[in-house]
Design a binder for this molecule. Structure first.
Ligand code: ATP
Ligand code: MG
Length: 551
């Protein structure tokens, strides 16, 4: 732009200069030639008056001192006198335009350029009284001649003028463009520039405000996105079509702390399942997979996002499904266990019934057989009751309301219920401690203490003892069941709370256990926000404490 403005100004100055010089030259030259013609006409009249018709002597005198050329031509055109040439060698002048004109009309004038065009001769002819024609001629530089003599000066002046024009053009360019060059584009309306720029600046201001608001909106959305993804427990990774990691949220960084979440997808994780899922998504297909890392199970699901013919970007979700996976497995195991546990007593019942049906049994044996059938049926019923209880607790609990329950009294009830069994096992059952009240479901709490006490008797030794203790410790009510029984090996201590888990299957079978008792205790404890603490030494005994941390 600077070049164009400079060029325009300079060109204008150049054209103006050349035009001015040319016009000036033409004007000066035409003025000069006009003066010349007037002078010749005057001089011609003076000479004509001085020679008065045919005073040859006077003509000769004037001719000798006169600077210009004087010619006298006869009526026939023959040259009679010339102060600059030899009359005899001169041709007839009748055809010369100025002579012919003077002969015809009294006066005549003309001008002729020299062969080189550098000089111009002016002629003025006057017819004398006798019919002869007096002609005066003067030679001056032609316009071209004048130009050529003056040209070095003209060139110098033109060069000077061009220099001044160039300087002026440069300064003007600077002055014109300064307000445009120094425009503050961030605050267009604050500029004090040309009025013609006003619509442009207003438009710019509008665009600036629009861009600023869009930018704000984008920032807000980005902040929202960052906030949401940072709070997500699920891992979220975005990959470009080239497989580079564009974004990885906090959960992913926590999941792969030793790996880099920048660069290609391989830098994040080398698990074959992960690589397969990501590569399939980058290839344009949604993919799902499962991956195990540090003992936890993750589900991977990747979706493909078409990038307008540029391949496919991908979004990967990583969800920790360890608990879900375990629960699923437990449910499957539970179903298998339940079927198995139900089958055993039913098979026994079927067996006894068949024998009785076939009449093989003696009349006196029928009663014991019926007793066995009843015992198996009882076992079946207990099992089904336990399963129903467990599934009730599992599904969010028994709808029974919470009420104040006094634990010492509850232990008394349990002792009464188990007194008979304790006697059978030759175990002493005692209740001790201070009263302690909790808010809970009476039936569930009683069942929990019953199951603990039942185990304490069942897995005891003859002559052993069981103590049901209640009280408050650090503001939290507790129930403690301790026995002097066979104890639980450390490896089994956590597992005994699993469904159907029995340390010694044959012994348990003997005691009629199904492995659901402690599982019910665990679920009941969760429902009542109680902590379970188990201390056990094999061969010495076991102590299980339920601490009610919330009332
Ligand atoms: P049930 O469902 O009839 O109670 P169970 O007693 O076998 O059957 P749980 O009460 O869940 O099942 O106990 C699980 C296992 O833990 C038992 O089989 C037993 O091996 C072990 N156990 C539980 N309590 C004690 C204890 N006080 N002393 C020693 N072992 C115990
Ligand atoms: Mg039990």
């Amino acid at each position: 732009m600077r070049k164009r403005v400079f060029g325009s100004i300079f060109l204008t100055a150049l054209i103006t200069l050349l035009l001015t010089v040319s016009l000036l030259l033409i004007a000066v030259h035409s003025g000069l030639s006009h003066d010349m013609r007037t002078r010749l006409a005057n001089e011609c009249s003076y000479i004509a008056a001085a020679i008065g018709g045919d005073d040859w002597q006077e003509l000769g005198r004037i001719g000798s001192i006169y600077a210009d050329r004087i010619t006298l031509v006869g009526t026939d055109g023959a040259v009679l006198y010339d102060n600059e040439g030899d009359v005899t060698s001169m041709e007839n002048h009748a055809a010369r335009p100025e002579i012919a004109e003077a002969l015809a009309r009294g006066v005549g004038e003309s001008s002729r350029l020299s062969d080189t065009l550098s000089e111009q001769t002016y002629y003025y002819a006057l017819r004398l009284d006798g019919g002869m024609v007096l002609r005066v001629a003067s030679t001056a530089d032609s316009a071209l001649g004048a130009l050529s003599t003056a040209s070095p000066w003209i060139v110098l002046v033109i060069l000077l003028a061009l220099l001044v024009a160039a300087l002026l053009a440069s300064w003007l360019t600077h002055v014109f463009l300064e307000p445009i060059v120094t425009l503050d584009l961030h605050a267009p309306l604050k500029n004090d520039a040309y009025d013609e720029l006003s619509p442009l600046l207003h438009r710019m201001d509008k665009q600036n405000r629009k861009i600023a608001s869009q930018l704000d909106e984008l920032k807000r959305r980005q902040a929202e996105f960052d906030d949401v993804t940072a709070r997500m427990d699920e891992g979220l990774v975005l990959f470009s079509a080239g497989g580079d990691i564009l974004f990885a949220n906090r959960a992913v960084c926590a999941l792969f702390p030793e790996d880099s979440a920048a660069g290609g997808y391989m830098t994040l994780c080398r698990d074959p399942e992960y690589i397969r899922v990501v590569e399939e998504a980058l290839g344009g297909k949604s993919a799902h997979g499962r991956m195990e890392k540090d003992g936890r199970v993750y589900s991977l699901s990747a979706s493909s996002v078409a990038e307008g013919g540029q391949g496919h970007a991908a979004v990967l979700f990583v969800v920790d499904i360890t608990e879900r996976d375990q629960a699923e497995r437990q449910r499957q195991e539970f179903t298998a266990n339940v079927s198995h546990e139900l089958k055993t007593p039913l098979t026994s019942i079927m067996g006894y019934a068949e024998i009785m049906e076939n009449g093989i049994v003696k009349a006196e044996d029928i009663a014991p057989f019926a007793g066995k059938i009843r015992a198996e049926a009882r076992r079946l019923l207990t099992l089904i009751e336990d399963i129903i209880r467990l599934s009730q607790l599992d599904e969010g609990g028994d709808p029974a309301p919470f009420e104040p329950v006094e634990l010492a009294a509850l232990c008394g009830t349990v002792r009464d219920r188990l007194q008979h069994k304790a006697a059978e096992h030759q175990v002493t059952l005692r209740v001790a401690g201070a009263p302690a009240e909790v808010s809970g479901q009476r039936r569930t709490l009683e069942q929990m203490v019953f199951n603990l006490a039942d185990n304490a008797i069942a897995y005891n030794k003859p002559g052993g003892s069981v103590l049901l203790e209640t009280g408050t410790q650090d503001g939290a009510p507790f129930v403690r069941v301790s026995d002097t029984g066979i104890g639980i090996a450390p490896a089994d201590q956590q597992r005994v709370f699993e469904r159907f888990y029995r340390v010694d299957k044959s012994h348990s079978k003997m005691t009629g256990g199904t492995g659901l008792g402690l599982s019910i205790v665990k679920h009941g404890a969760a429902l009542h926000h109680a902590e379970i603490a188990l201390q056990s030494t094999p061969g010495e005994g076991t102590t299980i404490t339920l601490r009610f941390t919330q009332g």
